[in-house]
Design a protein around this ligand. Sequence first.
Ligand code: NAD
Length: 487
Amino acid sequence: MNKILNYINGSYQEPITGEWLDNYNPSTGEVYSKISKSTSEDVENAYQAAKNAFPAWSNTTIEERSRILLKIADLIEANLDRLAQAEANDNGKPMSLAKAVDIPRASSNFRFFGNAITQFASEAHESVGLNTMNFTLRSPIGVVGCISPWNLPLYLFTWKVAPAIAAGNCVVAKPSEVTPMTAYLLGEILTEAGLPKGVLNIVHGTGPEAGQAIVAHPNIKAISFTGGTKTGEHIARTAAPMFKKLSLELGGKNPNLIFADCDYEKMLAVTVTSSFANQGQICLCGSRIYVEESISEKFKKDFVAKVSALKIGNPFDGDTTIGALVSKEHLEKVESYIEIAKNEGGKVLFGGERVLVKGFENGYYLQPTVIEVKDNNCRVQQEEVFGPVVTIMTFKTEEEALHLANDVKYGLSATVWTNNLNRTMRLSKQLEAGIVWINTWLNRDLRTPFGGMKDSGVGREGGFEALRFFTEPKNVCISYTDLPNNS
Ligand code: NAD
């Protein structure tokens, strides 16, 4: 059986304890590989490799760092089919999605930061009249930790490690133990691209063991984490006494506000995607739909018609739009929320049942589920389900829509459908979310800041924000004197 090994100091290594975790294929429900169950000892080895690599890597020219990142990007692209297949096997997502989104984006992450680092510059402030010049010296932090979740495995893993190494840091990284395969395969690509050994070390294992060892390591100075809000809170508690720099990208419960004056057909098509792409397992999915009352009956009918036409199937069928959920535990969690919603008065307009896929009967398949709710305080409105479940509520006025949208503890993204420019500006300013999409969804320009407000996180990734996070700014203040006047 395939073994998912740690990638430390440029080579694949078994975990020191020789212990392994089972890796499930969600589309079949079968164990198909074994994952290194790393402990703090493996993390320490990874840290030592990173520490030893740091002096040379941080002094490597920007051109050379950029060249290696671009080479990694090219190699990811060249391995598109292999990586997309691995992602679909490991995660349950349609292979077509992995091929169109996950793997191209992983390549773009390296390409983007390989280019961005060549343009990254610092400010200078001349104190005119005082004969002083200030400039900001930005240096890499040292050894940093990157921890990522299972929903967009290689996409989010590379979104962290690419800016970290571009900025001259060395990394100890851990992908989710639920979907470690593509991060494992990345090791081969790093070697082939000529990334010096020790610059990027990939350790596999559970969150409480390997992940915790990274966060608790006294000399890993910054942690970039994407995952659940509860885990983020725990990480913040662990890191706070050591004053580590933290970037936390956490959960979401994102509103999708639909006004009667929108471009209806475009809204309908995109809303199906924003509700159920990746089986609803994207932190940015618009899981709370609020629709203006005057079009709500038509919307519910048209939306359910489109959702019922989605094809649920094994990830490798070309026409599958909804694959398997990532794990049995997650499937059961999502189902429990459907029950909670029903018990709290929610009305299931479509879905809610498991699906048996022929030849894949033990896979974790669930119908896309649409639930009408009346009360914004019910649990399915307030808590992150992170599966193929959306709720629908109606509103009468813009004020009411805004209130409902903001009335949760999360603040990651919001989507608004309207053709009223004034409303667009009013809502963009007042919505409590790190990203507001107007008449679109998941439209990403990698130069933009990415992150959440409230319980959705702290800090921003993307563009120069990521490079700022992975560098330590230092103010250098130079006082100079004028030449003595000889006359
Ligand atoms: P999770 O928090 O369970 O795990 C995320 C990662 O953290 C995994 O690698 C895990 O092993 C590790 N981990 C767990 N406990 C740890 C600990 N004590 N110390 C260090 N590391 C630990 O999240 P998940 O279930 O993998 O992912 C789903 C969550 O991620 C959802 O809440 C989703 O909204 C969120 N998410 C957020 C974003 C974003 O950009 N804001 C993007 C994707 C997913």
